[in-house]
Design a protein around this ligand. Structure first.
Ligand SMILES: O=P(O)(O)O[C@@H]1[C@@H](OP(=O)(O)O)[C@H](OP(=O)(O)O)[C@H](O)[C@H](OP(=O)(O)O)[C@H]1OP(=O)(O)O
Ligand SMILES: Nc1ncnc2c1ncn2[C@@H]1O[C@H](COP(=O)(O)OP(=O)(O)O)[C@@H](O)[C@H]1O
Ligand SMILES: [Mg+2]
Ligand SMILES: [Mg+2]
Length: 363
């Protein structure tokens, strides 16, 4: 008699919008064929009363959810939690998010990488052109909310051209140098060991010439996120002049992705990269997002199904590279001298709460 195929249950706890984009029938069916059942977790009911799951996938926020995950993990020590809330939290602060990039040590690269110059301002009194100068920043700068918690306001940004534009800023904010990059951004999707880079439209370059003529600031939000239909259309690339932009070398991006995976202990994320126009072959990481819009990635169904299969089967064989219920065995982190060692993966992240109706960065 044929051995019955072992089945696995993967619970997913996602906001309705995320559920609609990620949990497509094509993914559910493909996973099912491989013995993996994707099961909705009802966020209105206690997690502990649901399942049991071999794996919990999640992108929800808040202390209550964190507590529920912790309780679930301690009562289900064999369940994989992808990913640990502490690791995800590092990405909720735009300083700790990019700090990890500066700590990566990657040997023998054909290109260099880093992050744009940036500073964080907590106090409105500190916002001045002089302060920027002292921090080594020149106009134009981008003001980003310090908090990157997935809310609409955490994506609301200002491109500030001169000191008049600074008056508009409301801390806590990150001020980051705007780097000309030919209006193309590279989005590098990471799913475990899998790495895929796609091109997207970004902000246009700012020249010295037009700097004097521009308004004092420009507000924008999620420039690279046009609607999906437009993106899937071949014409999109032509329309946006993306055709000509050369992708960064994949092996280079893969090394960065692997370094970030180890340092953050995350399995599901993407990072935004721009090519610095001022320097040949220099790339800057400007953003890292937890559990991004994978459905926009070509063949996302098979990439994600392979990933589930891999982690579930690795788990079965007892190789614990993921955060599991009670037992933690982590991969050694390759970092510089700035902390983030084997056990204390998370950098200090001070959660800053904003009221819902507040504008994040405009006075
Ligand atoms: O909604 P989507 O599919 O555009 O995905 C968003 C991502 O777009 P991308 O895959 O990078 O094109 C988006 O990335 P960007 O902000 O465009 O860099 C974020 O990851 C966003 O999540 P959050 O609001 O930061 O929690 C993602 O939003 P959620 O789907 O997680 O809410
Ligand atoms: N330092 C920078 N220089 C040039 N453009 C930038 C820089 N930082 C961000 N951008 C542009 O602003 C967009 C949004 O910034 P990002 O940090 O990715 O925020 P979000 O989390 O909302 O995606 C980027 O996709 C890119 O087009
Ligand atoms: Mg981004
Ligand atoms: Mg982001």
């Amino acid at each position: 008699m044929e051995e019955p195929l072992k089945r696995y249950g993967v619970g997913y706890a996602l906001a309705p919008k995320k559920r609609a984009s990620f949990i497509q029938l094509s993914l559910v069916n493909l996973a099912k064929e491989r013995g993996i059942d994707l099961i909705k977790i009802d966020a209105d009911k206690p997690l502990i009363d649901q399942g049991p799951f071999d794996c919990v996938l999640h992108k929800l926020y808040g202390d209550d959810w964190k507590r529920q995950l912790k309780d679930y993990a301690s009562q289900n020590p064999h369940a994989l939690i992808i990913d640990s809330p502490e690791s995800i939290e590092r990405l909720h602060n735009r300083i700790s998010m990019l700090q990890v990039v500066t700590e990566l040590e990657i040997d023998g690269q054909m290109a260099s990488f880093g992050i744009p110059k940036q500073t964080v301002i907590y106090d409105a009194k500190m916002v001045s052109a002089l302060y920027l100068e002292n921090e080594g920043l020149k106009f134009p700068v981008i003001a980003k909310p310090l908090v990157a918690d997935g809310s609409a306001k955490s994506h609301k940004m200002l491109l500030v051209f001169n000191k008049d534009g600074l008056r508009k800023l409301k801390p806590p904010i990150v001020l980051q140098e705007f780097v000309n990059h030919g209006a193309v951004i590279f989005k590098v999707y990471v799913v475990g060991d899998y790495v895929k880079c796609v091109k997207r439209k970004s902000l246009p370059d700012v020249t010295e010439d037009n700097l004097g003529r521009l308004e004092s600031y420009l507000s924008f939000s999620q420039v690279s996120n046009l609607n999906t239909c437009e993106k899937n259309d071949d014409k999109y690339y032509k329309l946006m002049n993306l055709d000509d932009a050369e992708l960064p070398p994949l092996s280079f991006l893969t090394d960065i992705a692997r370094g970030l995976r180890r340092a953050t202990k995350l399995h599901l994320f993407n990072f935004d990269v721009i090519r610095d126009n001022r320097v040949g072959n220099r790339y800057l990481v400007i953003d890292i997002n937890y559990f991004p819009g994978y459905a926009k990635m070509p063949n996302y169904e098979s990439v994600l199904t392979d990933f589930f299969w891999d982690v579930l089967n690795r788990n079965d064989k007892g190789i614990e590279s993921l955060t599991k219920g009670n037992c933690k065995k982590e991969v050694r982190v390759l970092v510089g001298n700035n902390g983030c060692g084997e056990d204390e993966g998370a950098l200090p992240v001070s959660p800053i709460k904003m009221e819902d109706n507040e504008d994040p960065i405009l006075v």
